[in-house]
Design a protein around this ligand. Structure first.
Ligand SMILES: [Zn+2]
Length: 239
């Protein structure tokens, strides 16, 4: 009688284990979903990219303004030298020569400054395009995020429901298992993780795939109590 009872209980204990495995699988998926819900890294990255480009553009436009001032100052200087040269104000040939040299020098400086200005403008144009793309990318991420979160929340809710349902199935089975057996099961789970009871099939413990010695197999057949695998320590369940 006692033996029959244990055998029936072991079937239920095995079912409890199946349910526990399902619960832990669901819980793992649930925690992955929660990570996705709180993960704003993609948006943060896009924001960082946009801000970086904006600050490059700010820097370029400061350089552009300074270069424009430089060009206009040089043009003013050129204007005043030309005025002096062509107004007949300089009569000394040496002074005339010096003024001519300065004029040539300023013209070359203007040309250099204008080249730099052009480079800055070309670079700014390219960065402006990248910034526009970055802004678009960010806004598309921000737009799609609420819908993404809504879907994830639905999945989260569904997993909560599923876990609750499996748990209540499990809770119905637990009272049929002797407390001693249940606590043995829990402690093996803690040590082994996941599987505490294993089927015996073809004379083999399916938990560790080791063939059971005849004596142990007989014990599983005849014992009124639970028998644990000598090799892996799991509770043996003869199908
Ligand atoms: Zn084993």
């Amino acid at each position: 009688m006692q033996g029959e009872k244990i055998i029936g209980n072991l079937k239920k204990l095995y079912d409890i284990q199946e349910l526990d495995l399902r619960i832990s699988k669901f819980e793992k998926q649930l925690s992955q979903i929660r990570v996705l819900i709180s993960d704003e890294s993609e948006i943060d990255l896009a924001k960082g990219n946009r801000d970086r480009l904006i600050s490059i553009l700010d820097d370029l436009s400061a350089r552009r303004r300074s270069m424009e001032r430089n060009v206009s100052e040089l043009n003013e200087r050129l204007g005043s030298i030309e005025k002096k040269l062509y107004s007949g104000a300089i009569t000394n040939p040496k002074a005339m020569e010096a003024a001519e040299e300065e004029k040539v020098f300023i013209i070359s400086q203007i040309s250099e400054a204008e080249d730099s200005l052009l480079e800055i403008m070309v670079e700014a144009e390219e960065i402006e395009i990248s910034k526009t793309e970055a802004v678009e990318e960010l806004s598309s991420l921000e737009e799609s995020r609420p819908e993404e979160i809504r879907k994830l929340r639905l999945q989260e809710e569904q997993f909560d429901v599923d876990i609750h349902q499996v748990r209540s199935e499990r809770d119905k089975l637990v009272p049929d298992i002797p407390t001693m057996v249940m606590s043995k099961y829990e402690s093996i789970i803690q040590r082994k993780g996941g599987h505490a009871i294993s089927k015996v099939e073809g004379g083999m413990c399916q938990g560790c795939r080791v063939t059971l010695p005849t004596l142990e197999l007989q014990k599983v057949h005849n014992s009124d109590d639970t028998v644990q695998c000598n090799n892996c320590g799991r509770i043996l369940y003869l199908v």
